[in-house]
Design a protein around this ligand. Structure first.
Ligand SMILES: Cc1cc2nc3c(=O)[nH]c(=O)nc-3n(C[C@H](O)[C@H](O)[C@H](O)COP(=O)(O)O)c2cc1C
Length: 451
């Protein structure tokens, strides 16, 4: 039987950040992202379609780059709000949607972070995930620990940070610590709660976790590093990984390498769920979907897209002519991490303008344009070719892109038997893995458990 496909909506607390200029499109409401009703509507649409989670990305600094005015003018990256804050409002109107929030280990003390995540896990009834990020080098400003670390040390520090969190989440309160005994007046058994003891280069803690155990304790762990160190970290810790926007062969290699390394750490390789980013533009027919794409292109902000491409390449593209072939930049680019740029450096006829427009509609992620059956064919063929578990859905318009997917693509996937008819009961971890609310014993966090 064909494998069930998992789907996350990939968004952030910003103004069409992944589609410069598209905030002006009638289907897009992201310019109102500071209005709580924007989030409530989005969550309701996603849950109606049985989408597994809303993945909230977050970059904690304005890009530090010459020429950034054009990006700021079109709302790319800034303004941005704090994604943690909108989760309870969405949890209140949904029962099953998961919420994966990006938590950067470089800026905040893990004690505070762990408390906030436990609180959210309680308030959502166990529907929280953590996207562990160490920061992209060119986004890191001189703030917090992130400013002090070179790239080689970032993952060592992330290990330290995760260990502190695991100790707080798993090792401070026993399962039977909270008794709430009305007769005796005992709320918490003091013999069942424990100070954690932790000493490492950046953190020394001797304290209790402030929150009583939440349904999942440790949130579902996501990670999206692309370097060898990043993959190593993911293999030890992550329950889900995101690959960058890469061609099929490279996605397949990335997935195989993380699964193999996870097995070497004694973990079940299939316990690491793998997702790739994809932009789906869909309508009732292939022709209507193509028309939709052309309509989006009309709203694309080439300056905003050029700025986004500049940040990825760590090169100010405003200094070059719009009609200059991208291939001429080959020797100037030090870090073209996004594949759609890397491949254009290799003698393609693309100009900087072409690159900018593509970056404005889906940031160069794999783009599928077509009817529900075209889209379903393509998603299934990706899964077959790469061993992916599912996709992170990029949006051109929010909530427009998701409303289209829910209306057109989900029924088709369900008809083919490759998408759940209904949510699995229980926590987000149980829905994702079918193996209960807590991390399995072979995960490193389980080392710190108290009985
Ligand atoms: C699909 C994807 C999504 C990411 N989302 C974020 C994010 O929301 N915030 C952030 O600071 N970094 C994000 N990153 C960056 C990575 O988490 C990681 O910090 C970065 O790629 C540098 O690590 P590396 O050297 O292992 O690649 C993302 C990366 C990928 C591939």
């Amino acid at each position: 039987m064909a494998r069930e496909i998992l789907l996350n909506a990939f968004s952030n607390f910003g103004v069409a950040s992944y589609a410069p200029g598209l905030w002006r499109h009638p289907e897009d409401k992201s310019a109102n992202c500071t209005d709580i009703s924007y989030w409530v509507e989005l969550a309701e649409i996603l849950e109606r379609g049985g989408i597994d989670s809303l993945f909230l990305s977050d970059v904690l600094a304005a890009p530090n780059l010459e020429g950034r005015e054009a990006g700021l003018r079109s709302g790319v990256g800034v303004p941005a709000g704090d994604p943690f804050t909108v989760i309870p409002a969405m949890a209140a109107v949904t029962d099953n949607l998961g919420f994966v929030v990006t938590g950067n280990v470089g800026y905040e003390h893990p004690f505070l972070f762990a408390r906030r995540m436990s609180t959210l896990d309680h308030l959502t009834n166990g529907r929280i995930g953590w996207n562990i990020v160490t920061s992209s080098a060119f986004f890191t400003e001189d703030k917090g620990v992130a400013g002090e670390l070179g790239s080689a040390d970032r993952y060592q520090h992330a290990d330290e940070y995760a260990e502190v969190c695991y100790r707080l989440w798993e090792g401070s309160w026993a399962d039977d610590a909270v008794v709430r005994d009305h007769e005796s007046g005992v709320h918490t058994r003091t013999d069942r709660i424990f100070d954690i003891d932790h000493a490492s280069p950046h953190y020394q803690l001797h304290c209790l976790h402030q929150c009583a155990p939440s349904p999942q304790r440790t949130p579902v762990l996501f990670q999206a590093g692309v370097s060898a160190e990043g993959r190593g970290f993911a293999s030890r810790h992550a329950e889900a990984i995101l690959t960058g926007s890469l061609p099929r062969e490279l996605v397949a290699m990335h997935v195989a390498s993380v699964r193999q390394q996870a097995a070497e750490f004694g973990r079940d390789p299939r316990a690491v769920k793998c997702f790739a980013a994809v932009l789906i533009i869909t309508a009732a027919s292939d022709e209507l979907a193509q028309e939709k794409y052309q309509d989006y292109i009309r709203y694309a902000d080439a300056e905003g897209g050029r700025f986004f491409a500049s940040t990825v390449m760590a090169l100010d593209l405003t200094q070059f002519d719009w009609d200059m072939p991208v291939a001429e930049l080959r020797d100037k680019v030090e870090r073209p991490i996004e594949w759609f740029i890397r491949e254009k450096l290799d003698g393609s006829p693309w100009t900087i303008r072409d690159l900018a427009i593509t970056a404005s509609v889906g940031l160069g992620a794999e783009t599928i344009i077509g009817s529900p059956s075209t889209v379903a064919d393509e998603l299934q063929s990706w899964v077959d070719a790469t061993d992916l578990d599912g996709f992170n859905l990029i949006a051109v318009t929010t909530p427009g892109t998701y409303a289209d997917i829910v209306e057109h693509v989900i029924p088709e996937l369900r008809r083919r038997g490759v998408y759940k008819q209904d949510y699995t009961p229980g926590t987000y971890r149980n829905k994702l893995t079918g193996r209960g609310d807590r991390l399995p014993v072979e995960h490193p966090a389980a080392l710190y458990r108290v009985g």
